[in-house]
Design a protein. Sequence first.
Length: 297
Amino acid sequence: MLSFRIPVRNPRSTDPYGAPGTGKSTLISIVTIVVLLFSWWLVTYLELVRPLFLPSPELVIAKFNKIACTGYYLDKFLVFIGSKAEVTAVCEGFSEHTLLEHSLWSLYRVFTSFFLAVITAVPIGIAMGMNRLARGVFDPPIEFYRPIPPLAYLPLTIIWFGIGDFGKIFPIYLACFAPLAINARAGVRSVSIEQIHAACSMGATRQQVIWQVVIKAALPEILTGVRVAIAFGWTTLVAAEMVAAKAGLGVMVLNAARFLATDIVFLGIVVIGLIAFLFDLLMRRIEKLLVPWKGKM
């Protein structure tokens, strides 16, 4: 009896007809970061740029230790375990707060705004994608305010809500709201009518079609909107904390800029970037768990 073996292409092999951009890029990213850091160090080491405009990595790290009070907390730990008699280091901080306190205040404002935006914008976006009445009601105001920079409506938020924390949270909320609603709407609109008909032909109820077909098909777009929204939230943070905020990374950067302390400005930028980058990595992991089929269909 004759037998035939069908050759199977190795999915990891180079395929000229495969999807563009596939494959891991971790090593490339690491090399890029190393090259950027080395270039930064080299430019400052050769004194090609004055420290006022570009502080050296060593200066930024030293300022980090000073503002984060690493020596002070290390001394407290050594005293606690009995390796040292007393605390000798001094905790200076910046603007009467340590780096951790500034970071926690900013995290509170950004993630409170982000959470409020998720629980309101995603349902509204889904409704916009499924119902023309909801689309007609919510689409004009969202598209109207979406391109307006936060600094433009910041004075109004101060007048409406005062200089308390809600006056800082509201602009960040608006910045997060639009991309979440728009991506949720786009995700729902991307569901093909064939998928809905197939589910209905198998006896699915309206609720089952919504949850098992529409929501699941829209989930990749919604998660993309989540990543975009949190990035918009961090970009709005500095503007929101301009208004009578006593602590926060935005306050730290703004106060440092007033005194031309570019090392602290760089430190604040790096901390904000790292926090946003780590959250984006977390969202990528969640995305792979919730929508493993994304990019494979």
